[in-house]
Design a protein around this ligand. Structure first.
Ligand code: TRP
Length: 457
């Protein structure tokens, strides 16, 4: 049974799995979302809770998710079906696969729109049109872009085509190849930018903002946001890691690779936050302005700094690469499912997935301009537009629930022997610790955070 391999192929090596999985986890979540939600939620205490969520929930769930995928060897829906049957459990578990696949489609739809913003800014940076822009200028450029559905649609389309192109080439020639080229470049650019921000920006204030915890600012909602973001940034809870696990050859340690990828993601997020806030504070710009944070503030800062146009270009290129390798991973669960279910070829499956997400993305685009509205979430946050609804629905609700299902399944439903087998048969102290966390800590933490957010406890 354990000799089965996926019909979609396998990762060529441990390193390529690590690169591809890092490509999936490191994305707009680290470079765009983490800074803006940290800004909105007051910094320090939020970051600490987020780190706790990564360690006690996100990374343990990642291991469980990869494990289920490698055992099932198929797209998430069918892997769930397989492992549930093997464990003699209800086939209803595959609903988690369905929910995840649909969440992936929704995330992809708005992810591609935001990635479109980054493409638009990349072009502006290259052309030099953002040099010496003022604060008003930068915010009006951003507003004009976001309120221009045609332009957003064009960038959204370009990004989706880039993504589908890679996915349609398959695991080895597409997913691996993209990771092999883009990830080293991305890490290199990140280091250059951090050094630049450290020398040119206000690093100490950024550090203080991110690490001095003031728990009085921490609302129950912020805790849910931190938990949701731990899932989002690690790409867990919706099956993307499961399908990457399905392509993982036997004999490669799930624990070590997951921890490595999780740590890399954490470090990238923290470094990106430090770099971005250094620049923001050096120019006395607001930190809590929401999704526009990096788009409205960084051009001003880059525009005034020595070498800013070069480093600004580098920054937006970094965003594009990061978004691209993540979007590829967002498409994969549905493409693999389509291929397995309908027997269609990968190219067709990729195109159909792309078209579905593209159409849904149009809703996000329109909601940014003509369909915007306000609503309150948990009575605390007032946010605007359907984009936020989709974001909250996926990151704060579906991903944590998916993660809960994964933890419960690996911890309580799957036989311990099967789990140990996926740990290369070694049930040492590391395994015991993880097994305890996934059985007790993770589920309790997710449930508590939910109950707290809806005001029950
Ligand atoms: N982790 C990605 C980021 O930080 C976003 C993401 C969430 C994702 N779920 C995913 C990417 C699933 C790939 C697959 O930007």
């Amino acid at each position: 049974m354990s000799q089965r391999i996926s019909i979609h192929g396998q990762w060529s090596s441990r390193l390529l799995f690590i690169l591809a999985a890092s490509g999936s986890v490191v994305g707009l979540g680290n470079l765009w979302k983490f800074p803006y939600i940290t800004g909105e939620n007051g910094g320090g205490a939020f970051v600490l809770v987020y780190l706790l969520c990564l360690a006690l929930v996100g990374i343990p769930v990642m291991m469980a998710e990869v494990l289920i995928g490698r055992r099932g060897r198929q797209s998430p829906v069918f892997s769930w079906q397989f492992v549930a049957a093997e464990a003699g459990a209800s086939s209803a578990w595959k609903l988690a696969g369905w929910a995840g696949m649909l969440a992936g489609l929704v995330i992809l739809s708005y992810y591609s729109v935001i990635a479109g913003w980054t493409l638009a800014y990349l072009v502006r940076m290259v052309s030099g049109s953002l040099m010496l822009v003022t604060a008003e200028g930068a915010s009006s450029i951003f507003t004009q872009l976001v309120l221009d559905p045609e332009r957003l649609l064009a960038w959204h389309t370009i990004f989706m085509v880039m993504t589908i192109k890679v996915v349609s080439r398959g695991v080895t020639k597409g997913l691996e190849q993209a990771a092999r080229i883009l990830m080293p470049l991305l890490l290199f650019m990140l280091v250059v930018l951090v050094v630049y921000a450290w020398r040119q920006g206000d690093f100490s204030q950024a550090y203080a903002f991110m690490f001095n915890s003031d728990f009085s600012k921490l609302t129950p909602n912020a805790v849910l946001t931190a938990l949701g973001h731990a899932f989002f940034t690690l790409s867990v809870g919706m099956g993307a890691m499961m399908v990457y696990g399905a392509y993982l050859p036997k004999g490669i340690s799930i624990a070590k690779t997951s921890i490595l990828v999780g740590l890399l993601d954490t470090v990238v997020g923290l470094l990106a936050g430090l770099a971005i806030f250094s620049v923001v504070f050096a120019h006395d710009l607001p930190a809590g302005d929401g999704p526009g944070l990096i788009f409205q503030t960084l051009p001003i800062a880059f525009g005034q700094m020595p070498g800013g146009s070069f480093f600004g270009t580098l920054f937006f290129l970094l965003l594009v690469f990061a978004a691209w390798t993540s979007a590829i991973a967002l498409v994969e669960p549905m493409v693999s499912w389509w291929v397995e279910k309908r027997g269609v070829d990968r190219i067709r499956a990729a195109i159909w997935t792309g078209i579905s997400a593209w159409l849904l993305g149009i809703v996000t685009i329109l909601s940014l301009s003509s369909w915007s509205f306000s609503f309150s979430f948990g009575g605390v946050l007032k946010r605007h537009g359907l984009f936020d609804v989709l974001d909250i629905l996926t990151s704060s609700i579906i991903l944590p629930l998916g993660g809960l299902a994964i933890a419960m399944f690996a911890g309580w439903v799957m036989s311990r022997d099967a789990v140990v087998e996926e740990f290369e048969g070694r049930a040492g102290i590391g395994f015991k610790l993880w097994y305890f966390v996934i059985r007790f800590i993770t589920p309790v933490a997710v449930v508590l955070v939910f109950l707290r957010a809806i005001g029950v406890v």
